[in-house]
Design a protein around this ligand. Structure first.
Ligand code: 13P
Length: 252
């Protein structure tokens, strides 16, 4: 049985005061034990704040991107080792906003995944199709290519240390959600690709759904057999919504 993971992706939101309130509310509600794994993926400047407020609680934290390089003359980039220095557990890799706005290729996402793993971070690898791709019947091909590019550079042993997130681009921040059946179909495809590489590891790999997941649709989505949690954008910024999604993991 895969333990569910609810991860917030704060994107470029937050400030010290608002973060402090939000993190306190989360910790007050979930304390030191929860029925699922919980994480917040925050802008890099706030990792120290997370470390300070979340150490020894049930809420883990991480970054939203990392450099493919180890260190050196890469102005503005953040190394995996720097994320790890602040106690990060996770890092989001290949979010569609980075693929679209920063021209991140499948090959670059693969290199970043390797870098994260080598530094002991758990990468949350995002895949997903645009509306035009879905309407053109390309969903399976697009997400397959995105995942295969990453699998191609990994050792089999690494598969147990990945999280995959299916985030249909047309559902992100739009209020449109994939139906549970639509999402399940893609999740099953992704698990099939993982299984083709290593069936035992694939059975344990968590595949999250992301894209307008909210308290009112989380339970239905997370009841599907291959949906192992959520990667939450907007609803992760309000403790009451994020906590309701966390609670939805245990009401199946
Ligand atoms: P929303 O939940 O705001 O649609 O964002 C999803 C997302 O992009 C998480 O990474």
């Amino acid at each position: 049985m895969r333990r569910k993971l609810v991860a917030g992706n704060w994107k470029m939101n937050g400030n010290l005061a608002a973060n402090s309130a939000l993190l306190n509310e989360l910790v007050a509600a979930v304390g030191h034990g929860a029925s699922c794994d919980i994480a917040v993926c925050v802008p890099a400047p706030y990792l120290a704040q997370c470390q300070q407020q979340l150490v020894n609680t049930a809420v883990t934290w991480g970054g939203q991107d990392l450099s493919a390089h180890e260190a050196g003359a890469y102005t503005g980039e953040v190394a995996a080792t720097m994320l790890a220095d602040f106690g990060s557990h996770y890092v989001v890799v290949g979010h569609s906003e980075r693929r679209a706005m920063h021209a991140e290729s499948n090959a670059l996402v693969a290199q970043k995944t390797l870098r994260a793993l080598r530094c002991g971070l758990t990468p949350i690898i995002c895949v997903g199709e645009t509306l035009a791709e879905r309407e053109g019947g390309q969903t399976t091909a697009v997400v397959g290519e995105q995942l295969e590019a990453v699998l191609a550079v990994l050792e089999s042993a690494d598969l147990t240390r990945l999280v995959v997130a299916y985030e249909p681009v047309w559902a992100i921040g739009t209020g449109k959600t994939a139906t549970p059946d639509m999402a399940q179909e893609v999740h099953a495809t992704l698990r099939g690709l993982l299984a083709a590489r290593d069936p035992v590891a694939a059975a344990g790999t968590r595949i999250l759904y992301g894209g307008s997941m909210k308290p009112d649709n989380a339970r239905e989505l997370m009841a599907m057999p291959d949906i192992d949690g959520g990667l939450i954008g907007g609803a992760a910024l309000k403790s009451v919504d994020f906590l309701a999604i966390i609670a939805a993991t245990s009401i199946q």
